[in-house]
Each structure stands twice: as structure tokens, then as C-alpha cells.
Design a protein around this ligand. Structure first.
Ligand SMILES: [Zn+2]
Length: 181
């Protein structure tokens, strides 16, 4: 799973028991380009069957990359340069475009594994503040192995498998919390 470093995005929103379950790579803007070795390690050495690339609402890194970041330090600029979203109409769309770009990069990088169905790449946005109007705390799948049409994604047998993986249980988690409080 590739996640943004943002403090509002934490593993417990995706999995109650991530130990021994989810190999996680975190960086600003949930990218492959800035941590390719870590991503490759998870895929090729641990044989992870699903690569989740998770963007999120209100992403500061995407917001920065969308604007003028020439006054940032060279190291920060370097990690923003690889978020290529300037063609998006606004930041909300740029967040989705960044996810699609990352999925595309993964499709190229792990082409053999995807073709032989040993790896599925899933892109989505963790929308903790309902920017995309599907409900607070939703993980909305926006890309499945390069497919971005929501109807085609839903019809895919891979989608059914992913739903069974219990990813995106934040709202359930909230209910459980309320019960125990
Ligand atoms: Zn972010």
C-alpha cells in the first residue's frame, strides 16, 4: 500500500489489524517515483498480490505541486516535481489525476506480474472529509489496473475480490468505536 505521509491518513482507517498483513510505503503525495525501491521490495520480494495506491482529500503535497513551489528547499522540490498534475482543472481533480499517474507508473513497472494476474493495482482516494460526496471516511476506488470507468470497475471480478479484502472500513470502525465508548 502506498500512502501519503499526511497525519490524517493512518493505517487504522483501512485495516484493524495491519500487522503481518499490509506492507506500507509512505511519502508525500503517495508516489512511486520517490521511493521506487520500497515499492518494488513489497511487490517482488514479498509477493504482495494487491498494490493499493491511496490518495486523500485535502492533500497538501498535491496542493503544493499544483501551485508555485519554487521557494521550497531542493529536497522538497525534488519530491514535488514527480507529482505531475498541472493539467488538472483544480486540486480536487489533481488528487485523482495523481492517483491515475501512479497507477500508470505501477502498470509499466510491474507489467509482467499484472499480465499474469499475480498483481492487481488499485488506485483510490481516502475521503475523510467528504470532498467527493460519497460519505465521510470512504475509500473510493477510482482506478483498477488502469480502468477508470466506475461501472466497468464495479463489474470487474477483481473488484469483488477487493471488497472481500475489507479495505475501506473506516465508517464501520467509527460505529464500533461508538459502541465501545
Ligand atoms: Zn497528502
Amino acid at each position: 500500500m502506498i500512502l501519503c505521509s499526511d497525519s490524517r491518513v493512518q493505517m487504522e482507517s483501512f485495516d484493524f489489524t495491519p500487522e503481518n498483513d499490509i506492507f506500507t510505503v509512505r511519502n508525500i503525495g503517495n508516489q512511486i517515483a520517490t521511493t521506487p525501491g520500497s515499492v518494488e521490495y513489497g511487490i517482488n520480494h514479498l509477493n504482495t498480490p494487491v498494490l493499493f495506491i491511496v490518495g486523500h482529500s485535502g492533500c497538501g503535497a498535491v496542493n503544493a505541486a499544483y501551485g508555485d513551489y519554487s521557494k521550497e528547499s531542493p529536497d522538497i522540490q525534488k519530491e514535488l516535481n514527480t507529482i505531475q498534475i498541472k493539467s488538472a482543472p483544480d486540486v480536487k481533480a489533481a488528487i485523482l489525476l495523481n492517483i491515475n499517474n501512479q497507477v500508470d507508473a505501477a502498470l509499466k513497472k510491474f507489467d509482467d506480474k499484472i499480465k499474469s494476474e499475480r498483481l492487481t493495482v488499485v488506485g483510490g482516494v481516502y475521503d475523510f472529509r467528504d470532498d467527493y460526496e460519497r460519505g465521510d471516511g470512504r475509500f473510493i476506488i477510482t482506478n483498477l489496473n488502469g480502468e477508470t470507468d466506475p461501472q466497468k470497475i464495479e463489474a470487474s471480478p477483481l473488484f469483488k475480490k477487493i471488497k472481500e479484502a475489507h479495505i475501506g472500513v473506516a465508517s464501520v470502525h467509527k460505529q464500533e468505536k461508538q459502541k465501545t465508548n
